[in-house]
Design a protein around this ligand. Structure first.
Ligand SMILES: CC(C)(COP(=O)(O)OP(=O)(O)OC[C@H]1O[C@@H](n2cnc3c(N)ncnc32)[C@H](O)[C@@H]1OP(=O)(O)O)[C@@H](O)C(=O)NCCC(=O)NCCS
Length: 320
């Protein structure tokens, strides 16, 4: 397909906006992302524009926590697939992307990923994504204001839930690292030498704010559980992923292995949800690893449901 002109791009975006709104009311209207300049577009039957995309070449800042959440270098496709044959248009787009990455020597390096974040309910995408060697990894799940947990279980009265503050930095980092180590089993999250320092740096900033959205569960004065979240003023980075606003983000949640299954996490989540609902938060978002056996079931029970799934090929050159 020749270069995408402004009119063609607008036409595709309008069709995508209509298609996505019909699939999932929480999905935002498509926004064109800054890309590397590669022309990634396909036509459908009769030569009508069917899809376009940009590819961003992202590299994590040395020492940043971003490097923990995935590969050090990410080639991120932002697709806009109008259809009418979504699977065929996406298939063509992924083939263009593969050919583009074949010309990028760095895409063969071990610590790289080809990443596409696809609406979970846009089910026509799954087969083309699999066919091109991408695997579903992290899910962005959403809880709309006011949602209640499926079951309410009383927590052990010896467990105390309290808001954390700056004096709790060590406990927050220790339990936050437990979450990261558990999630690292599933191959997306990477514990790096700089991870504890990066987490400490970020947590110190969050805990210094008045009434941080961070809670600890304690037994006999020792921290056994953590919920670490960002109120809307810290969560602007992820707000564009959802149509409603304001948006909060839950970043870390952990209950020590010997304490699980007793309602500690449910009690922590109830604190966050009360704060979010009282502050007028429209949607709370979080990431969980699709194959984490504990987190997905737990979050669904707490009123979250999948919104986006990120699909990856690692290294990026394994996209086929
Ligand atoms: C996910 C996680 C935080 C949940 O913590 P938890 O304290 O075990 O959660 P809860 O006890 O509130 O709920 C877990 C289960 O115990 C059940 N439960 C809760 N209270 C209970 C009680 N008093 N008696 C019996 N069962 C109870 C819940 O119904 C739930 O059951 P289900 O999974 O069959 O639906 C914990 O498993 C964990 O730390 N995992 C490792 C790190 C991780 O994955 N973090 C999330 C990253 S997104």
């Amino acid at each position: 397909m020749p270069a995408v002109t402004g009119d063609t791009a607008r036409g595709i975006s309008e069709q995508v906006a209509g298609r996505l709104a019909a699939i999932d009311a929480l999905l935002p209207a498509p926004v064109a992302a800054e890309g590397c300049g590669a022309e990634l577009a396909v036509t459908g039957p009769g030569g009508a524009p069917a899809a376009m995309a940009t590819c961003e070449h992202w590299a994590g800042e040395p020492g940043s926590l971003d490097l923990t959440w995935g590969a050090a270098r990410r080639f991120q496709l932002t697709p806009q697939v109008a259809g009418p044959d979504v699977a065929a248009a996406l298939d063509g787009l992924l083939a263009r992307w593969r050919d583009h990455l074949a010309d990028v020597p760095d895409a063969a390096e071990a610590d790289t990923a080809a990443v596409i974040t696809w609406p979970t309910r846009d089910i026509d995408g799954a087969r083309p994504l699999l066919r091109h060697g991408l695997a579903p990894r992290a899910v962005i799940a959403a809880r709309a204001a006011g949602r209640r947990p499926a079951t309410a279980v009383p927590v052990d009265p010896d467990v105390r839930i309290r808001r954390a503050g700056s004096a709790d930095l060590e406990a927050v980092v220790r339990l936050g690292m437990e979450t990261i180590r558990y999630d690292a089993h599933f191959g997306t999250v990477v514990e790096r030498p700089e991870t504890p320092g990066a987490l400490r740096h970020e947590a110190a900033r969050v805990l210094a704010a008045p009434d941080p959205w961070v809670w600890l569960a304690e037994r006999d004065g020792a921290a056994i559980g953590l919920l670490y979240a960002e109120p809307p003023e810290f969560a602007g980075w992820i707000a564009p992923m959802v149509r409603a606003e304001p948006v909060a983000y839950l970043e870390l949640m952990d209950v020590l292995a010997g304490e699980r299954g007793g309602g500690v996490a449910a009690a922590l989540a109830a604190q966050l949800h009360r704060a979010a609902d009282e502050s007028g938060v429209a949607v709370t978002l979080l990431h969980y690893e699709q194959v984490n056996p504990l987190s997905g079931p737990f979050w669904h029970q707490q009123g979250y449901r999948p919104l986006w799934t990120s699909w990856e090929a690692r290294p990026a050159s394994t996209l086929r």
